[in-house]
Design a protein around this ligand. Structure first.
Ligand SMILES: *Cc1c(COP(=O)(O)O)cnc(C)c1O
Length: 402
């Protein structure tokens, strides 16, 4: 069936880009595990290198990877996609395409750590200037724009503060200044949010997270709103070399088919957990875009189709309380990453951000008591029971509820 006729979200996820193999009828897209492709003749080879259809070399294009590129591009309403070895490979290709000496980038302050660090410590070596702003207030983005701003780079929801950025307003600001808007859509996944429909030019994903969904692959994707931008990105991406391996692409093609089912289950669980946590005496605050108490709940309703599966909260007892809580978790797995079927729990102050100076951590909104749960697809009652016993242990020795 023609992709354009696919209607519902799960139908699209299951079928877009993934068609039965024309030659054999194989329902699962075959893994074209070949680095290179034979030409029928010298003339055929020349034609392929002139840009006529035909595969040449897997770093440039591969049929398995292309199926995944078509799938994600379709789900994002994009002109096309470029598979990447990891989310960071995708992000670096976007930076490399748009930035250079004398160019300026405005980015979300609390974005994924390495996405920020690479701008601060490496791109700065090549004369790129960056300003990191709290983009949950679009005025901060507008104020940071300069005549040499080439890129506005946002992440929404952002990690792990779950602050949202207004995509539509940021697109207007970027375009008014002749800049490009790129959005990291990893947290929401294409099932819940489509930045291109709101004006973004480029969307990146760490497919390691929701799109693959099984904690067994690292992978990334770039999609672009139009052909011209896609070709600009492609030129840089295939020469930088962070492209995707066909076996990796096949695993993600397998994972993506259940994206809708997984996200629905995870966010239903997340909502239950968030409400439970809000009422718990050993919890000082809860941040979840699906709660009315989220400062940007209205924006969540406007630009997302659901609030997603990540919940952050503050546990009593500060760093020690957080450490006790995650040490007590039995079902929830102590691990970084997110978007897998298994629920993961992370305490930045004693794990990922232990080495970050306290003032920097606090400025990014990562308080000592912040615990992040990347909610998976288990049964909610079991997750609640695990949280209950872990919170009890976290609160041991702390006076709560006063
Ligand atoms: C994990 C993640 C990345 C990086 O992806 P990798 O696949 O680990 O390279 C980028 N952005 C966000 C929001 C992430 O969660």
């Amino acid at each position: 069936m023609d992709d354009k006729r696919l209607k519902g979200p799960n139908t699209k996820i299951i079928h877009a880009g993934q068609h039965p193999d024309a030659e054999t009828g194989a329902v699962s897209v075959p893994i074209y595990q070949s680095s290179t492709f034979a030409f029928e003749s010298a003339e055929h080879g020349a034609a392929c290198f002139r840009g006529e259809p035909g595969y040449k070399y897997t770093r440039l294009a591969n049929p398995t990877t292309e199926a995944l590129e078509r799938s994600v591009a379709f789900l994002e309403g994009a002109a096309g996609g470029l598979g990447a070895a990891t989310g960071m490979a995708a992000i670096n290709s976007v930076y490399m395409t748009l930035l250079g000496a004398g160019k300026h980038v405005v980015a979300t302050d609390a974005m994924y750590g390495p996405s920020r660090t690479i701008l601060e410590t490496e791109f700065s070596r090549f004369g790129v200037e960056a300003d990191f702003v709290d983009s949950s207030d679009s005025d901060n983005v507008a104020r940071a724009m300069r005549p040499d701003t080439a890129l506005v780079y946002i992440e929404t929801p952002a990690n792990p503060t779950l602050k949202l950025t207004d995509i539509e307003t940021c697109a207007e600001i970027a375009h008014a200044h002749g800049a490009v808007l790129a959005a990291d859509n990893t947290f929401a996944s294409p099932y819940l949010q489509n930045p291109i429909a709101l004006g973004a030019d480029i969307v990146v994903h760490s497919m390691t997270k929701y799109i693959n969904g099984h904690s067994d692959v690292v992978a990334g994707m770039i999609v672009a709103s139009d052909e011209e931008m896609l070709e600009r990105l492609r030129k840089v991406h295939v020469n930088l070399g962070g492209t995707m391996d066909p076996h990796q692409a096949w695993l993600v093609l397998r994972g993506i088919k259940t994206l809708g089912l997984r996200v629905e289950k995870a966010q239903a669980n997340a909502m239950q957990l968030a409400r439970y946590l809000e009422a718990h005496p050993a919890v000082d605050w809860v941040r979840y875009p699906g709660l009315e108490s989220h400062p940007q709940h209205e924006l969540a309703l406007r630009q997302m189709r659901g609030a997603g599966g990540i919940v952050s909260f503050g546990v009593v007892g500060g760093v020690e309380g957080g450490r006790r809580l995650i040490d007590a978790a039995e079902l929830m797995v102590r691990a970084v990453s997110l978007g897998g079927v298994e629920t993961l729990i992370e305490h930045p102050a004693s794990m990922t951000h232990k080495g970050v100076p306290a003032d920097e951590r606090l400025e990014a909104g990562i308080t000592d008591d912040l615990v992040r749960v990347a909610v998976g697809c288990e049964d909610a009652e079991d997750l609640l029971a695990d949280l209950e016993q872990a919170l009890e242990q976290a609160a041991a020795g702390v006076t709560v509820g006063v």
